[in-house]
Every structure is written in structure tokens, then in C-alpha cells.
Design a protein around this ligand. Sequence first.
Ligand code: MF3
Ligand code: CO
Ligand code: CO
Length: 258
Amino acid sequence: MAITIKSSSEVEKMRIAGKLAASVLDMITPHVVVGITTEHLDQICHKFIVDDLGAIPAPLNYHGFPKSICTSINNVVCHGIPGEKKLKKGDIINIDITVIKDGFHGDTSKMFIAGKSNVKATRICKIAQECMYLGIGLVKPGIHLGEIGQVIGAHAHAQHCSVVRDYCGHGIGQGFHEEPQVLHYDNGKAKQSPILEPGMTFTIEPMINLGGYQVVTSRLDGWTVTTKDRSLSAQWEHTILVTETGHEILTLRAEENI
Ligand code: MF3
Ligand code: CO
Ligand code: CO
């Protein structure tokens, strides 16, 4: 399957799906407090997505994923499964929301710090967000997709952090994970990567580690990805549309002043 170019009516559906996904992060924010379980966060999001938004939580049963959202705490890089674990003071948690509305996907995630934050937690969350915004800032017709990874990798390394290589951003639309793969690091082949065109939609979702880039997947649940060295990891994600003149962040929240 090649990279799909969305028609204007498809773009309109992507806008709606993006807005709804963003609204789930806004809705859940006051609930992300010390003592709540990730299972409870999942229940609240599931009910909101289904009952209030009339949408579908895309992760549920996706390749067998058992819950409606991903909750990834501290050294968990991504795909954490909500469960009975309670948030502790200073925990960092990524909540990743994907909804399907009218056949189209909106995919977005952000970091939260439970209770009082500490220096390391604040730092890794901030650097990962800067990486995402730097990547988004480049997006316009005519650039190579691989330039996104170059700028993200450069910033992460300047901050003595590493970029996860085993997971990447992705085209998105009627499919959850479409072509192309959006690398968040420089693989040395940016010039051979696709050139962006108006109507492309994809995610930028860098996973940035305080230590090394290597990750391991849980042999117990088959999903939970952690840093090999147990260092903290942070991730932010937006769904982006390439426009005639630049880009539109389809999952933008009011709290973001960019
Ligand atoms: N939302 C994740 C992404 O950004 C994918 C989660 S797949 C799941 O691509 F199965 F773990 F939910
Ligand atoms: Co994604
Ligand atoms: Co996601």
C-alpha cells in the first residue's frame, strides 16, 4: 500500500477524529492523580469515547491489545497495558489515545507527572515534547520525511538523551497504522525518503530515553515495552496533516500555545 493522499472530505473526517482524540486527553487530565489506577483511567476514557463521543477506542482488540488506551509509566516506553498499579508521587505517565470516528483515526498522546514533579521527570518530559514540536515544525510540502528524524535526533542527542529506534510514527487515516513509517532518528537515508505532499496525514510520536535507546518487550504480556537500562522514557504524539503551505496539527489541544 502506497502513502494515501486524503481528499478534502477525508481531511474533514480526520479533523473530527483528531479533535475527539485530543478531547479525551483534556477530559482525563484532572483524573491523573496520585493513587488512581491505570485501569480506572482506562475505564473513564473508554466510557467517554463510547458514550460521549460516539467513537471507537482503536487500541481495544487491536492485534489482541486488551484495553482501550495505552498507559506507559516511567521506564515503560510505550504500549503499557492499564492495570491495578496505582500512580505514585513523581511518576511520569504517557496516556496514548486513538479513536475511530466515521471510519477515520485520530491518534495523540501526552505526558503527565503525578503529584510533585522532580528534576529528572520534568526534564525528560520537556525534551520529548520539544523533539515532537521540532519535528512538526518542519512539516510542509517538498521536504523529505527523513528530515523529521534528523532534527529530532539532533535535539535529543544535544540533550544527552537517546531516541527509540524500534517504534516510529506512521501514516494514519482509515487505517490505524498506514504507510509511511516516520522515523524519529537519522538513519542516514533522509534523501531517499518520501517527499511530503498536501493531503498526507501521519503521526509524529518520538520516544526519548534518559539513558540508552535499546528497548525490550515484555515476555509476560507481549506488549509492554521498557527501556533496557530501566532509564526513564517519555513520549508525545500528534496527528499531522500536510497542507498546501505547511501543516495542521489535527490533535492540537487548547493548552498548547504554538
Ligand atoms: N497509539 C499507538 C501509536 O501511537 C499504538 C497503540 S497499539 C496498541 O501508534 F495496540 F497498543 F494499542
Ligand atoms: Co501513533
Ligand atoms: Co498513539
